[in-house]
Design a binder for this molecule. Sequence first.
Ligand code: AGP
Length: 614
Amino acid sequence: MCGIVGYVGPREALPLLMNGLRRLEYRGYDSAGVAVQQNGALEVMRAEGKLDNLATIVATHPTQGHTGIGHTRWATHGRPNEQNAHPHVDCGGVTAVIHNGIIENFESLKAPLLARGHRFTSETDTEVAVHLLEEELEKRQSLEDAALAVLPRLEGAAALAFISVRDPGKIVAARISNAGGVIVGYGNGENFLASDAPALLEHTRRVSFLDHGEIAVVTQDAVSFRKLTGERIDKKIEEISWDPIAAAKSGYKHFLLKEIHEQPRAISDTLLGRVERSTGRVVFDDNVKMDDAFVRAIPRISFVACGTASYAGLVGKYLIERLARIPCDVEIASEYRYREPVVSPGQLVVSVTQSGETVDTLAAMEEAKRQGARLLTFVNVVGSQASRVADDVVYLHAGPEISVASTKAYAAMLVDLYLFAIYLAQRRGVIDPERSRKLLAEAFHLPTLVDAVLQEEPKVKALAYRYYSAHNFLFLGRGVNYPTALEGALKLKELSYIHAEGTASGEMKHGTNALINEELPVVAIALRDSVYKKIRSNMEEVRARAGVLIALANDDDDEINGKADDIIRIPRTEELLSPVLAVVPLQLLAYHIADRRGNDVDQPRNLAKAVTVE
Ligand code: AGP
């Protein structure tokens, strides 16, 4: 939810911290701040709002120092103002903390601190941590020993980093529960800290990931790790393969537009190496270890995910039930965790997540694991918490997704789930080789077909400019494209702030029809598939009630001519793959409407990329 960065080394810390925060601004942009050790004192600068506001302050306050931390905030406790911006400092202004997550017991910790005379300057839950640390630093020599005395008293979910002029040249970072990642980056004679890889990529690709209940002690020359119990531990150094250039905008106006246009490449990367040429079998690499007996006996698959990823799960249900004949259900992760779900023996629980850090998804995974389910995750971010909690991992290979709204990761999720459905069907022996060969051949055409859909952008943009001032939108889908309607509505809501609803078109007559009038644009996904006739009837019902119809149709469909006010065309593909194509014009529509309305497309209001709080 929030972004944290840190630097210890011979270079000036401030520009490095600001640069790192730029890469993490998608995680939160309510306020930002930095703390740098300068000549035995702590220099703290903070600003409400976007990072540019902090940059203005930094530009007029030259600060020199080689150890520092920085934070970009998505507000949970306390309004998004300067006073509540991180870093927070102790009473003496010599120790600072940054934090991502929520300290749930902060009120019970704060009362005795106030009684002992500590002065609080913010409304945040975070500030208790630095005052507790202040007390411990009176008794202990090192920052890490003081942190180890404080951290077990914090309840909830948190990733924190501390610096103090009492123990200079050092950052202590901690991860408690599943709140946000903490990654240590190893440089040459310098070391880094960040919540997420894009902040590190231009400096290093050699990293270690903190797990729940661990701290890192980071100095210029060394990094060491301990458990919250104090026990010293060794951590693996891992290599991040992401290309830093891929994480920059490459000439596009927004990251979102770039990521929409990267979908053909993301899909190719997702497909790469997943089909064994000699046998035509789908193979997932070493990270999926389910044996034949397990796969043949899976009684049920439950998907857990949030937002866009949950719609990918819905498509996954259609695919797996259709091809592998395994019953599936899809649950919003935030509901699953509190519902006392029933997990049957041998059940597979599949999480789908771009970031791998969504706290509700992680909690649902934990609950499923606690009940004995086998956990498989489809995840984009390598080394994320989901990838480490799951028994089996499928990496999406979509590359870094920076824009808050998910696009290319969704495409990769759909393609991987399609492959997974075929994989299960093959391993359970319920699909004939010719059918799976055809299905796979269609998948390999996808990058070209998505490219063709992207060529239609000028038409979609013109449409966006026609409808950008609408107050409401309705998206209708059916069958495997019902989730596409949900995703089209979510994209439009989060980017344009226009109220939108996605509906199964067969449900219209049960209530939603009442909304239809000449001011409501209705986008109907009417592809030449097994439910074409049905959705065409639903379109007629909209027309009969004077609704404004925008149809998403196949480019070889002449029957639909004249049956809608506007028609967006996409190429025809295998029905089970059609959601990958159908979503692209809806992403472009949402993007161009939002841009036309002057919205901040990459950082929509009130949202964050990785939602690491409940
Ligand atoms: C997508 O556009 C959204 N911003 C959001 O719904 C997102 O898909 C959701 O928060 C889940 O994130 P995850 O894939 O990182 O778990």
